[in-house]
Design a protein around this ligand. Structure first.
Ligand SMILES: [Zn+2]
Length: 317
């Protein structure tokens, strides 16, 4: 969980000798204990399926995509969510990172029993952008896919069959509703009129599972961006802005002890600033979404799921 500069191939930290990950040549910058038995870092160990060793085109895409995977895992660990790989635990997390371009077979991005499948072809800008435009989405990234799919995973292990399931169904709907019917309806008729009033995205309207996964992804977008702002020392000074801001906004790396309202109050100011900065560069908004009141309630639920999962782990440790 530290960023260190290493002069050669290895470094010793707290008495442990660490080596560069064996995927160093594929741009992995994580380290691995020299006695780990495998030259592969913790993040790489989650990759269950990958392109063949001679498929260099797909391996280039894997290198790109694995950056998003490492960012995801880093954040999950920071949030103290359970991050157990599939080879240590039944229904643990695994990633099948395969390409529809070179495998010649369609790859459906999704989650099933801890296994997250990602189509590496989506890391090609022209492919992902054309899908984004065709689907009418304001935002589509590889990191976003990872955050969405891992939301399905955490709903299944932390919410379903747990104490919070009734409340979850009240907010997001009953996840036992037929998924195939929902899929048919969504691609035939699209999102219902006025969806913005209770959903974060059109896709979230499809099925209660998708609504939860979308909200979970947004929770990760928001908390990671606030964390990065905090680590960069960014503060919005009330006396220096040209609108009415009652107090300075000081983003934090950790909101575990706070309400969702305080997370979103900081976010609203910072996202507004980031959106204007992006526009200054001729780009679209950094965060092209509006969070309505019902979505605040859903994010509040996700916040509690994440925080209580962290608390449980502290207690058991
Ligand atoms: Zn989904």
């Amino acid at each position: 969980m530290k960023l260190v500069a290493i002069p050669g191939d290895s470094v010793t930290i707290d008495g442990t000798r660490l080596l560069r990950c064996s995927n160093w040549a594929w741009e992995c910058n994580w380290l691995v204990a020299d006695d780990s038995g495998s030259g592969q870092c913790f993040a790489g160990s989650f990759i269950r399926a990958r392109p063949a060793g001679d498929d260099t085109l797909a391996l280039e895409r894997l290198a790109q995509t694995a950056k998003s995977l490492r960012r995801l895992l880093y954040q999950l660990i920071e949030l103290e969510l359970p991050v157990e790989p599939y080879y240590r635990q039944g229904r643990g997390l695994a990633f099948d990172l395969i390409s529809s371009r070179t495998s010649g077979t369609p790859v459906v991005i999704g989650h099933a029993n801890g296994v997250i499948t990602i189509d590496l072809a989506e890391s090609l800008d022209e492919h992902r952008e054309s899908l984004r435009v065709r689907l009418g989405e304001p935002y589509r990234t590889m990191l976003g896919h990872f955050r969405h799919e891992v939301g399905h995973y955490y709903q299944s292990i932390l919410v379903e069959n747990g104490r919070m399931i009734d409340e979850c169904r009240e907010l997001f709907g009953d996840e036992r509703a037929s998924y195939t019917d929902a899929l048919d309806r969504h691609y035939k008729f699209g999102a219902p009129e006025g969806w913005e009033q209770s959903y974060i995205s059109e896709y979230a309207t499809m099925h209660p599972w998708e609504d939860f996964a979308e909200c979970f992804a947004h929770y990760l977008h928001i908390s990671d961006t606030l964390d990065t702002a905090a680590e960069s020392g960014l503060v919005v000074q009330a006396e220096r802005v040209r609108w009415n801001l009652t107090a300075d906004v000081v983003p934090r790396s950790n909101y575990a002890g706070s309400t969702i309202e305080s997370v979103l109050a900081d976010w609203q100011v910072l996202a507004g600033a980031f959106n204007r900065i992006n526009q200054s560069m001729g780009k679209g908004d950094l965060y092209p979404f509006t969070i309505s009141e019902p979505v605040v309630r859903k994010l509040e639920f996700v916040h509690r799921v994440v925080v209580t999962a962290g608390d449980r782990r502290t207690v058991s440790a």
